[in-house]
Design a protein around this ligand. Structure first.
Ligand code: NAD
Length: 354
């Protein structure tokens, strides 16, 4: 496969094919950019019918990580590992041992962590074979472990900024519709409830939805109806691609701000949101809290540093909104432009040894 042609506009620096039949490893590590530092991004374990689809996912996600890390002001480039989940039962430890060895061979150009389908336990196995890994159990009160609460805090800070910017009132005076009550969505619901916001939630696991509703007084909507809920803010916290030509005309929210990666079906959907008068808070600016915590773990920063960097997410949003207005372009395009400029300007800052 010609990887440079597969991602014409912004080709990856390196794509490494992973194959170890003994360990069951079959996948790819895509290093989109190391200009700002080691390419950092999680390891996804998912069912892909063919290697080509796994590769395409890795390329797209690695580029997204470059942009996310750049706009979060982190000394990290962007990368991603995508592994094809073996069929049937498989030896998980052997798979992640082989993966850890592959990460080690890259000599620190790529730093891995959890992503969809991988766990803290998997990264603990990876850490037996390489230093270039984060998302390990926290020690001595230092950053580590599940990054979701930090992601939720970043989304909450972004919503505070968006509510003031678009509606001129605090988020606590808003109605927020949350799509998905997983690790991030449920934490976000708690933060919003504490702030006084009214909540509408949708989640396929009905017991989880019921528990959040009991805790926060949220109204439970059906999966299909949440996107058209009468609310101020729509928060996608489940799936990618939820904002598209079919869903955008149904939106009643004035703001879209949530944790899900790749919320826009395509670039033009950002323009469609703007034309509808919806303020978009770009996903990778909003959901950077988790990678900020991962970076802190890897570089040895403390939790105060994590909180301070998450508190800076609204500054980045204001910059992107202002750039979009000045250039007369959609917010997602302004964010991409700012991220690319940040990377192009970048000098890899000095990194402490892990
Ligand atoms: P998760 O898997 O814990 O939660 C996703 C939730 O969405 C689940 O509870 C699932 O049941 C629910 N869901 C699935 N389909 C749905 C539907 N049609 N309607 C409503 N709910 C649905 O994932 P998470 O860690 O909470 O992450 C949520 C999103 O944020 C994902 O897109 C993820 O990629 C992104 N994200 C997460 C982090 C993090 O730190 N966890 C960081 C950055 C981005």
């Amino acid at each position: 496969m010609d990887f440079s042609r597969a991602h014409d506009a912004h080709p990856p620096e390196q794509v490494v094919r992973l194959q170890d039949s003994a360990g069951g490893l079959d996948g790819v590590i895509a290093l989109h950019s190391t200009l700002l530092g080691p390419a950092a991004g999680g390891c996804r374990l998912w069912t892909y019918p063919h290697f080509t689809e796994a590769t395409q996912d890795a390329l797209r996600l690695a580029e997204g990580m470059s942009y996310k890390n750049a706009l979060a002001g982190l000394p990290l480039g962007g990368g991603k590992a995508v592994l094809r989940r073996p069929e049937g039962d498989f030896d998980r430890a052997a798979l992640f041992r082989a993966f850890g060895e592959a990460v080690e061979e890259l000599g620190g150009r790529y730093v891995t962590a959890e992503d969809v389908g991988t766990t803290v336990g998997d990264m603990t196995e990876v850490a037996r074979h390489t230093r270039y890994v984060a998302g390990l159990p926290p020690r001595d009160g230092r950053p580590g472990g599940d990054p979701s609460p930090w992601t939720a805090l970043g989304v909450f800070r972004a919503m505070q900024a968006a509510a003031e910017h678009r509606l001129g009132r605090p988020v606590g005076d808003c109605t927020v519709a949350i799509q998905g009550l997983g690790s991030v969505g449920a934490s976000l619901a708690d933060l919003l409830h504490e702030a006084g916001a009214r909540l509408i939630v949708a989640e396929p696991r009905s017991a989880v939805a019921a528990a959040v509703a009991t805790r926060t007084g949220a109204e439970v909507a059906s999966l299909g109806a949440v996107i058209e809920a009468r609310c101020d803010i729509f928060a996608p916290c489940a799936l990618g691609g939820v904002l598209n030509a079919r869903s955008i005309p149904k939106l009643r929210a004035a703001i879209v701000c949530g944790a899900a990666n790749n919320q826009l079906g395509c670039e033009e959907d950002g323009t469609a949101l703007a034309e509808r008068g919806v303020l978009y808070a770009p996903d990778y600016v909003v959901n950077a809290g988790g990678i900020i915590n991962v970076c802190a773990e890897y570089l040895g920063w403390d939790s105060d540093e994590v909180a301070a960097r998450i508190d800076a997410i609204p500054d980045r949003l204001h910059q992107v909104w202002a750039d979009a207005e000045q250039a007369g372009i959609a917010v997602n395009l302004a964010a991409d432009r700012l991220a690319r400029a940040t990377i192009a300007r970048g000098r890899a800052p000095a990194m402490a040894a892990p």
